[in-house]
Each structure stands twice: as structure tokens, then as C-alpha cells.
Design a protein around this ligand. Sequence first.
Ligand code: FA5
Length: 342
Amino acid sequence: MQDVFDKVAEVRKQIEEAAIGSSVELEAFRVRFLGSKNILKDLFSAIKEVPNERKKEFGQLINEVKSLAESVFQEKSVLFADTNKQSARQIDLSLPAVTRNQGAMHPITLVREEIVHILERIGYVVAEGPEIEDDWHNFTALAMPDNHPARDMQDTFYIQTNPDILLRTHTSNVQIRVMEKQEPPIRIIAPGRTYRNETISARAHCIFHQVELLYIDEHVSFADLKQTLLYLAQELFGSQTKIRLRPSYFPFTEPSAELDVSCFICNQQGCNICKHTGWVEIGGAGMVDPAVLEACSIDPDKYSGFAFGMGLERMAMLKWQINDIRLFSENDLRFLQQFEGR
Ligand code: FA5
């Protein structure tokens, strides 16, 4: 008989000492002490073993234990109410899936990366230079001294009216930065942002991007330049692509040329992109002028090299037939989303 009273005391102890640290443990507590098959029910049915004169005392004891279990449950339920709601939300499989917007690479980044990877395969490494530049690296060392007429072709933004500090007008400044520091052989590719004080239109912007190529070593010839440009054009536009070099003028290269590629849109049948000529221009190139090598303390009798520069916006416009350069900087999602997954 004492056994039954001991059992009640034991259950009370279990309730008092129950470790309830989570909603899962709270539920286990509820099932054990308050559920439809809880252990207090077994004790209630043991009342028949209790002598009549102690039945009342026994009944009160069990009711107290039951109330204790209920109040512990109430108290802990409040604590875990929020957590319960959250976990219910997490496992509600009937809810529609949350789709995540992963974003897309910007088309200029895509073209830049493609060009960089193509040239890395033949030994070029990426080099960087400052966008806020001094006159020496942007102009003078590139054989464009003060008052040189070629400066007018690149309308320049100067910083706070200081004629020596400017926003670089091309990535050719990186040629000088690298040649000043590094002994040949030099084989670099320099992508970056450039600035010109030009009226913004569908074809020109005041902020745009260029990629510069520079190769300096012993015995580098115009044939090496031509072969490198052919490789780049065929990797970018397909193995059937032809190139054409037209004589041109840049103060820092001699001889100089404009690079045209056969129109990959119409296969030289004639279209709006190539203005029915079958060719599209993609950049300027030439053999580095010996005066530029000298300005960077590189011996022009020992070393020679070539340089090439092109506009990234122009490349992206050709590649995806985009007809307005302003789209690249407007951050219009309808435009940018078209490059998802590329
Ligand atoms: C240059 O900037 C020379 N530094 C390129 C060069 C490098 C020649 C190495 C020889 C050796 P140019 O001013 O032509 O050249 O510009 C090169 C390209 O930049 C153009 O073909 C064009 O695609 C792009 N570009 C120039 N101005 C703008 C502009 N306002 N908006 C968008 N793209 C432009």
C-alpha cells in the first residue's frame, strides 16, 4: 500500500525535475503526464488498493500532482509559443516555395571575363592602373607632350582644375605603369574604366571601359601582333572570323592600325551592324613607339613590342546586338535580367 503513495511521490519528483528546454521536450512532457494515456491515470486506477480511510487523502494527492503537471505545462508553453510557431512555419510543406533572385553578371563583366580568359590561355596576366591619373602616364610618356594635337581627340576631365591630375582617358596608362616597374618580357592585359568629356549618345558615353594588351620582348614583330589579334577575334567570334588591319595613327605606336573583324552577324552579306561593308571595327593597335620604351627606361635597340586597345561596350553591343550604350549604366532590371545564366 505504501508502494502506491511512493509511486505518486516519485511522479511528483519527475514533474518537478523535468528538463524542458525545447518545444519537443515540452510535447514529450505533455504526453507523459497529461496525455490520453498519461501515467497519472494508472495511479488513479490504483485507488482500489488504498484502504477506505486513506482514499480521500490519496485522491487529493493525485489531483495535486496533476495540477502541478498542468501548471508546469502552462508555464513552459508560454516560453516556447513563438518557437512553436516558427518551427511550424519551417515545416509547412504546403507553402509555395520561396524563389530567390540570384542576380546576373553585368554584360560588360561577361565580355571582360571572356577576353581575359582567352588571353590568359596564351600567357597574358591581368594588370591594373589608377583611374585618377597624372599627365605623364596618360599623355606625356605615351608620346603626347603638351599641346600635342592628339590630346584634343580625348576630351579630358581634370581634377579640381589641376592640369596635372585627370581621369584617365584610356587604359594605355597601364602600359606606362607596368613598363616603368617591370623588366621585359612583359605580357599584360589591362581591363578598366575610362572617362572622356563627351556628349552622351547611343554610341558614345563619358564613362566606358577598355581592355589594353601589351607585349614587350626581344624580336617581337608586327606578325606577332597580327597573329595575336587573329587568335583573339576567332576565339571571340568563331573560327571562321577574318581580320583586317587598316593603317591608322596613334602617337604611341608606329606603325599603327585599326582592327576590323568580318561581320559575324551577317557573315559579310551586309547588315545594319556593319553598315553593309561586311567589316566591323573593334579597336586600335600598333608597334610600341621606341620613344615610349625609352620614356620607361627600356632599351629600344634590344626590345620591341605591340599594344592593342578596344572598347568593352562596343564589344558587348556587337555580341548581343545592343543598339544603345546608355543601357549599360541605367541599371534597368528588364535589360540586366536578360543576361541571367550566361
Ligand atoms: C584609344 O583609346 C587607344 N588608347 C587604343 C590603343 C591602344 C591604340 C594601344 C594603340 C595601342 P580610341 O580613342 O580609338 O583609342 O579608343 C579605343 C576604343 O574605345 C574605341 O574603338 C571605342 O570602342 C572605345 N571608345 C572610345 N571613346 C568612347 C566613348 N566615348 N564611348 C564608348 N566607347 C568609346
